[in-house]
Design a protein around this ligand. Structure first.
Ligand code: LLP
Length: 413
């Protein structure tokens, strides 16, 4: 099996960069998320150079992974941030970002969040509601801010090729504004004297399975803004896919940029990728607690669950699972399931895996995006620790401690 390039077996023991995962978990225990800072930065740089001919500025979509260690590494590498809440803005600032390097998106920003963002000198609001514009305008007036830059978010009414939960640009989606509403807003710009309507925003979905829907959305967007030459900035959102299966091919990034280049000539371009930067930089490591054989099935019950990694339960998502210690024996069909009391708590179904025993460890790959970020305390499970492997590739540290049971009671009054 081809693993991610930074994760491979050395002397039959799974390593992340130069560090043996076994050595890490002997100290941290399981379940634990482990990230390669080197890989995250490499991915950031790869995207930046792929889009270099568009002069695109990359804002890491913080919702995919809010680990401060990762945010700091990306900030140092030059990334801006795409935030969808006051909390995410605080994390981005904490990581060293300046307000102007942050774009603030979201379908339901509160007034408090809008005021906060304006006070921090946010670079762009991606706005999607006329009342929201009123709030932004008022916040700017109250704070004595001359002009706030807004990119209206277009819902281009295209069907993205992805899981229905991740498609955001179709008619039935709550996201964005339709072209006619945007035209109406732009015709009434004078009502928002503190807003500079200098941009337009688009995000049709995540883990996009082809470039066609994105290009058709861009064409609709260009048609829409033609009468408004003051709109010089186009934010293309995120959605760039990654390969979750070892044999999966994803749409070519170079072809995408090639097709975009003539269309976007003369515009400033922003991007908001999350997954493409962190997904394959992270693994979730778990221990096999029990092996259950019954009704013709083999279940590996592990100590990670849908509480730590919800993607398989929520999206039927596929994550490769490999043992920490390479074995040459026969493969069997097995389910890898967690301890949570839900039938959906299965991390892998009908998977070819080696024969494992209680105490063996496994790694769930491509877990760096929307893994820990979507973890919960369901079934009163303390959230796992996070470990980062340094950019040099040979050192590691716990960047966030494992939650303790006491943490679960801490907020009760
Ligand atoms: N920009 C906007 C406006 C977004 O809504 C999103 C993701 C992104 C950027 C970043 O998208 P990315 O480059 O990571 O695809 N929880 C799901 C994914 C939900 C994505 C939500 N929005 C998952 O686990 O696959």
């Amino acid at each position: 099996m081809v693993l991610n390039s930074f994760i491979r077996y050395t002397a039959d023991s799974l390593c992340i960069d130069e560090v043996s995962i076994d050595a890490i978990i002997r100290e941290t225990g399981t379940p634990v998320y482990i990230y390669s800072l080197k890989r995250a930065r490499e991915n950031y740089r790869r995207l930046r150079s792929a889009f270099a001919r568009l002069g695109a500025r990359v804002h890491f979509s913080l919702k995919s992974n809010g680990s401060l260690a990762i945010l700091r590494a990306l900030e140092e590498a030059g990334a801006g941030f795409d935030c969808v809440s006051g909390g995410e803005i605080t994390l981005a600032l904490e990581a060293g970002a300046r307000g102007k390097d942050i774009v603030f998106a979201g379908v339901g920003k509160t007034r408090a969040e809008i005021n906060y963002a304006v006070s921090k000198g946010i670079g762009w609001f991606n706005a999607e509601n006329a009342l929201e514009l009123r709030y932004i305008n008022d916040a700017a007036a109250n704070a004595g801010v001359e002009a706030v830059r807004v990119a209206l978010r277009l819902n281009p009414q295209v069907a993205a090729k992805t899981h229905p939960h991740m498609a955001t640009g179709h008619g039935a989606a709550k996201f964005g504004l339709t072209a006619d509403v945007i035209r109406m807003v732009l015709a009434r710009q004078a009502e928002y004297p503190r807003i500079n309507f200098a941009g337009i925003h688009l995000h049709i979905g995540s883990q996009l399975g082809d470039n066609a829907a994105s290009l058709s959305a861009v064409d609709k967007l260009l048609d829409l803004i033609r009468p408004w030459p003051q709109i010089r900035t186009i934010n293309l959102g995120g959605g760039l896919p990654v390969a979750y299966r070892s044999d999966e091919t994803i749409p070519s990034l170079d072809d995408f940029v090639e097709a975009l280049a003539p269309r976007l000539d003369g515009y400033e371009v922003l991007l908001e990728p999350g997954r493409a930067i962190v997904a394959d930089a992270g693994v979730l490591v778990a221990e096999v607690l029990y092996v259950k054989r019954q009704a013709g099935q083999i279940f590996y019950i592990v100590d990670a669950s849908m509480a730590e990694m919800i993607r398989p339960a929520l999206y039927d998502a596929h994550h490769e699972i490999v043992p920490l210690n390479k074995t040459e024996g026969d493969l069997v069909n097995a389910q890898v399931a967690g301890p949570v009391c839900e039938s959906a708590d299965v991390l892998a179904r009908d998977r070819r895996l080696p024969l494992l025993r209680a105490g063996d460890k496994v790694a769930l790959l491509t877990a760096g995006a929307y893994g820990m970020a979507m973890a919960s305390n369901y079934n009163a499970r303390p959230r796992p620790a996070e470990v980062v492997v340094s950019e040099s590739g040979d050192r590691w540290r716990v960047s966030r401690r494992r939650e303790a049971v006491e943490d679960l009671c801490r907020l009760e009054l």
